[in-house]
Design a protein around this ligand. Structure first.
Ligand SMILES: [Zn+2]
Length: 335
């Protein structure tokens, strides 16, 4: 471990001198009293994963440490190196491992999916799946912040509260990250993902600023953009909420409080967000030249057993995400 730290210091110093030679201002070296992460380079020597015992043995410590999350390691993977990290809410171990590329590939769902982002329901998919989650500030955080404001700056108790706030922030951050990862993991399986992104910007300026921030939708959209190669954005001027997703007739007098869309032309009665999601899917696909557009699967507007199973598996065990299903009557098929 000491060797690992030394190597890292050496590398940092050479990098600094390189930067200096290039003319970048580097400043003076500063003394550092603590180290927030320690590289563990040799699997089996500096660290050892005892997967069936949920423990990790670290060199120099007699007892193996109990860790959470080892179940996330893929089976038969080669563990290369690790890093011991100190965060405000505790100690983490970051494992790097290698596995066959095919093995981590998720089974694909052979259809495109449209997503409507909302305040009441955070995500509504064009197959009728609704994903609700909350990742706002916790009551505890608010309490602690209030407490801090009453304490004397720099005092011991002030420091204690500050530390607790840091821990709470870390926890909220972790929750958000987990939710985002789970959503991405589900959407990655689809052939195409269609979103109407500019919606969000309009909300930010409006009444819903705070509520929108808590949903982290902006973050989710940028994550989708970075990670999904087949993402298709739909122009923000498309009136995806006003059009009937089955017959295409337009209805002007729909307000934010109308939770269902009732079509006067074809008689479709459908959840408002579901209607938008289907529209985003249809409009988005009609604007790109792909073969799928002409022959959309007839089950686009419903959840197939494969999707149901995948959705349940991805979100299983998360207390912060709620999944529900909405549909139209069988005789009113959308596709
Ligand atoms: Zn209609």
């Amino acid at each position: 471990m000491k060797q690992g730290i030394l190597d890292r210091i050496k590398k940092n110093l050479t990098d600094l001198s390189k930067a200096k030679r290039k003319g970048i201002k580097v400043g003076k070296l500063k003394f550092k009293s603590d180290y927030r992460n320690i590289p563990l380079k040799q699997n089996g020597i500096t660290f050892k994963v005892l997967k069936d015992k949920n423990r990790i043995k670290l060199q120099g410590l007699k007892k193996p440490l109990r860790v959470l999350g080892l179940h996330q390691l893929p089976e038969n993977c080669d563990i290369a190196k690790a890093e011991l990290i100190k965060k405000p809410d505790g100690y983490y171990i970051h494992l790097t491992c290698y596995t066959d590329k095919d093995r981590i590939k998720h089974e694909k769902i052979n259809k495109p999916i449209g997503i409507d982002f909302g305040i009441k329901h955070q995500l509504t998919l064009s197959n009728g799946v609704k994903i609700n989650y909350r990742i706002g500030e916790t009551q505890r955080l608010k309490k602690l912040q209030k407490k801090l404001s009453r304490q004397q700056k720099g005092s011991r108790n002030y420091q204690k509260t500050k530390h607790k706030i840091q821990r709470e922030h870390q926890k909220i951050y972790n929750r958000r990250k987990d939710i985002k990862n789970k959503i991405l993991s589900l959407l990655k399986r689809y052939e195409y993902v269609l979103i109407q992104e500019e919606q969000v910007k309009n909300w930010h300026s409006g009444l819903f600023g705070k509520q929108i921030q808590d949903t982290g939708i902006g973050g989710i959209i940028s994550m989708l953009k970075q990670n999904i190669e087949t993402l298709i954005p739909v122009d923000r001027y498309e009136a995806t909420t006003k059009i009937c997703s089955r017959c295409g007739s337009r209805k002007e007098d729909i307000t934010l409080s109308d939770r269902t869309y009732k079509c006067e032309s074809c008689g479709l009665v459908i959840d408002r967000d579901f209607n938008s999601a289907v529209n985003i899917l249809k409009i988005g696909l009609s604007r790109v030249e792909t073969t799928t557009v002409k022959n959309l699967p007839t089950d686009c507007g419903e959840v197939t057993p494969v999707e149901r199973e995948a959705t349940a598996r991805v979100f299983k065990g998360s207390p912060y995400i709620r999944v529900s299903y909405t549909s139209v009557k069988q005789e009113a098929r959308l596709f």
